[in-house]
Design a protein around this ligand. Structure first.
Ligand SMILES: CCCCCCCCCCCCCC(=O)CC(=O)SCCNC(=O)CCNC(=O)[C@H](O)C(C)(C)COP(=O)(O)OP(=O)(O)OC[C@H]1O[C@@H](n2cnc3c(N)ncnc32)[C@H](O)[C@@H]1OP(=O)(O)O
Ligand SMILES: NC(=O)C1=CN([C@@H]2O[C@H](COP(=O)(O)OP(=O)(O)OC[C@H]3O[C@@H](n4cnc5c(N)ncnc54)[C@H](O)[C@@H]3O)[C@@H](O)[C@H]2O)C=CC1
Length: 412
């Protein structure tokens, strides 16, 4: 992510100091950034003089005079806190300290900084030099000045900034979690990654969910699940493979990561990448899934296209209603902007919350009830109380939901 972020800043004429830990990574980073910038100037006709300079270093102390730092190290809380503590001693006291976490607690990261009010989440989307969204994550101690500066940065980068509250995954990735989980369960039950992706791409997504995960890197979600104790060393010994706290769990992505399949970056993930970025179905994965199903006694079945679409989309939408209820997003329109500009959601379908209204909220409710009855061990499928409330009030149009939401407490 750091590379794409550096390119976005440079394109806006902002000088950048890129910091890495080892020479090899620094060299690879420099090469990747330079080739992105070359393509950029060819495509947009940008003269080099209009690009902000980028210098590369292994020395964090070079950041001492910067106005703003964007941290983009691995998704690991202990590491992020270590970096924020170091930044506090190196940087100017008024420097804005941003974190590009995918979903870690901003307030806990801020606790390691000497001025937590100047810590703000700036969540970019992959590929960071292309995707238009910037989620600006506001922790309980983040100051209005820090939020306003991050929003101003979004503008300067020609991105769309959306302010969101602090919870695991914020808005976008929190809704992605039930969506990706349904996709794993569909594989367990008999579907193939390319079948799921085809349905989502025919719906209009720029990329199906398995291609998106391969693009982002499967290790991001893996690190997050390890942080949450769902897998890895924090998992209590004797935990059932396919259950966590009585809820259904799929270890499929963990197994892929453990075997080094991290997506595009390792040449294999849910797909095989023999030619850079070209995803081809992998026969290995097909036989791995067959073995997996027989190991756990799962009867494979033909999963229909409607079921794939409904389980993936309605679980994502259902989480959107919970987010509104908790005041993590300011409005349904904000959620829609996040999905259209950050996750390749088809623009002509208006975003997930608008789409839910178009489909008909009673239908979404009915389908969620049906799937929850069929899968009672997946609590995410239980319809949210906000959805029930909207249906009970006659499914008002999206712009009227705000009035109902304001009765709840907002984090923003
Ligand atoms: C606590 C968190 C819990 C999370 C649980 C859920 C886990 C889910 C996993 C998510 C992990 C976390 C990631 C995250 O935080 C948030 C994300 O970033 S999710 C990813 C969001 N991104 C998308 O959904 C991308 C959707 N796709 C698109 O919008 C388009 O397909 C794309 C823009 C990629 C390509 O557009 P297209 O017109 O087809 O291509 P072009 O050929 O014109 O290319 C434009 C530009 O993009 C570069 N590019 C294209 N494909 C790729 C690729 N596969 N990988 C990298 N880059 C790609 C291409 O090179 C061009 O760049 P230039 O430099 O301009 O040449
Ligand atoms: N991959 C994605 O699609 C997205 C990732 N993010 C977030 O961005 C962050 C980085 O993720 P990725 O780019 O996928 O990881 P990555 O593994 O590609 O890159 C992480 C980089 O951080 C460097 N690093 C590690 N420790 C460091 C230190 N002490 N000082 C300087 N550099 C250090 C590593 O050398 C590596 O180059 C994570 O927090 C992730 O959640 C956010 C949005 C999207």
């Amino acid at each position: 992510m750091g590379r794409g972020i550096a390119v976005s800043l440079s394109r806006a004429g902002i000088p950048v100091i890129a910091v890495e830990t080892e020479q090899k990574r620094l060299k690879a980073g420099r090469k990747a950034v330079n080739s992105m910038l070359t393509r950029e100037s060819q495509k947009r006709g940008l003269a080099e003089a209009h690009l902000g300079s980028i210098s590369f270093t292994l020395d964090l102390r070079k950041l001492r005079d910067t106005d703003l730092v964007i941290e983009a190290v691995f998704e690991d809380m202990a590491l992020k806190k270590q970096i924020f503590s170091k930044l506090s001693s190196v940087c100017r006291p008024d420097a804005l300290l941003c974190t590009n976490t995918s979903g870690l607690n901003i307030d806990e990261i801020a606790s390691a900084a000497s001025r937590p009010e100047l810590v703000v989440g700036t969540h970019f989307f992959a590929p960071a030099h292309v995707m238009k969204l910037l989620e600006v994550v506001c922790g309980p101690r983040t100051s209005p000045v820090a939020v306003a500066t991050a929003m101003q940065l979004a503008k300067r980068l020609e991105k769309i900034g959306v302010v969101v509250g602090n919870c695991s995954g914020f808005v976008g990735n929190r809704m992605m979690r039930p969506y990706t989980e349904q996709a794993y369960y569909l594989l367990e039950e008999g579907a193939r990654p390319e079948e799921v992706d085809l349905v989502l791409e025919e719906f209009g997504f720029a990329m199906g969910i398995f291609r998106v995960m391969d693009l982002s890197g499967l290790d991001v979600g893996w690190r997050s699940r390890k942080e949450l104790g769902l897998t890895g060393p924090k998992l209590p010994p004797g935990t059932e493979a396919r259950s966590r706290g009585g809820r259904r769990y799929s270890p499929l992505p963990d197994i892929l990561c453990e075997s080094g399949r991290l997506g595009q970056k390792t040449g294999r993930g849910w797909y095989l990448y023999e030619k850079e970025r070209v995803a081809t179905p992998d026969p290995w994965l097909q036989s791995f899934l067959e073995d997996y199903r027989s190991r756990f006694g799962i009867q494979s079945r033909r999963v229909g296209q409607d079921e794939i679409l409904e389980r993936c989309l309605y679980s994502l939408i259902n989480e959107g209603f919970r987010i509104l209820q908790e005041g993590i997003a300011a409005s349904p329109e904000d959620i829609d902007v996040i999905y259209v500009s950050g996750y390749g959601w088809p623009r002509h379908r208006g975003g997930p919350m608008f789409y839910a209204w178009m489909v008909g909220l009673p239908k979404v409710l009915d389908k969620l009830e049906h799937y929850h009855r069929t899968h009672p061990d997946i609590p995410n499928l239980a319809p949210s109380s906000m959805l029930r409330k909207l249906v009970a009030r006659g499914s008002p149009p999206v712009h009227q939901w705000r009035a109902l939401i304001q009765q709840h407490s907002s984090q923003l």
